[in-house]
Design a protein around this ligand. Sequence first.
Ligand SMILES: Cc1ncc(COP(=O)(O)O)c(C=O)c1O
Length: 424
Amino acid sequence: MTNKSLNKLEEDVMGFLNEVQLNFPEAISMASGRPEESFFDLQNLQEYINTFVNFRSKETNVSTEAFLRSLGQYNRTKGIINDIVAKYLKNDYQIDCSPADIVVNVGSQESMVLSLLSLMNRDEDVFCVEDPSYVGISHFALINGYETAPIAVDAEGINLEALEKTIEATKQKEKCVKAVYVIPDFQNPTGIRTPIEKRKKLLQMAATHNFMIIEDNAYGDFVFEDVAYPTLKSLDTEGNVIYLHSFSKSLHPSLRMGVMVADKVFEDGTKLSDIIAKIKGYTTVNSPAIPQAILAGVLLKNNYSLQKYNEEKCRNVRQKRDSVLASLTKYINASKETKLQSVTWNVPEGGYFLTLTLPFKITKEDVTACAKNYHVIFTPMSFFHLSKGGENQIRIAYSYVKINQIETAIENLVHFLATKITNT
Ligand SMILES: Cc1ncc(COP(=O)(O)O)c(C=O)c1O
């Protein structure tokens, strides 16, 4: 009766984690990739709207009253703040693009949906996605019946040899890899950052094999080691990258603001951003004007850059990462269970997540047992894999947990792992 593709989703992983949290409310969650609420800038919303209204009314000679009223109306499909966003992307990410190639969406989730709807044909094309990856896009692709190929992630991001093999195998089947989704900066779920050389190689591959790269930069505002790497989009000279930028982590998720840059011009002169706008007209019609006005106000007040605005938030997430790393070392070294010494983890250079690799497998039942008996919730890495994989890894999300709870959470988690390892 309903969409048969839903059967391809193994289980409702987010529903499961919510259920665990509801059943064990005292458990500290290291499962949620939410931003910390104490930084939400919600007191000044009217001021931000006024800043934008005054800016536009001066520019257009429309009265402030009339311009404010216009925010209650349906609006331009691609957005009403594209010029302001273009200056921000240039300042903070060295991305050069025309406002006409930007589409302002309802979060990056809508940008993902529009990217796939504008590119993919069900019977001809294959969508490649890092494995493990963000299920927001991989599950949308599956629900929509798009052929989706998982590509392994190694210590430096998407594995290019595996991608090459999939491209060749797809050609053999007389199909083509149309799009490749990557999160080069502090990937969700692994926390890995892709080195610059590899970014360049991926761009070369896109040009050689004629596919589009969908670059999701949800965590690029949270760089801990000072040096930001250039985004794929800033290195892209051929329009082969669709760049997705979310404001959920740097402002707040309920704003539901994400922007995409899609400056590809196809051989027949068609512009990808125009195709996307056409499809958006049949999905969300246009993005709500009021959140756009708030976002534009924040950007205008901060001189088209969020680097200073986010400094404190970034420092806070970094402190949390440091606390996770220090606590892991402290409690694993202190444990009487010597087998725990083979547990390893990466040191993320930014973002919200870190991967723990264990000498045994972790199941859904372990999540419940750990929440019940040790009062900590984590996510098995296997939840983010499309195919098999990640059975002996867990994702630690440190963004949302209170800084003063981290040491207890990690101490308890290590006790849980010690018990588990002893019994394995
Ligand atoms: C990699 C990635 N992309 C996109 C999103 C969602 O972005 P938005 O809230 O803008 O839809 C998330 C949210 O956690 C994410 O981890």
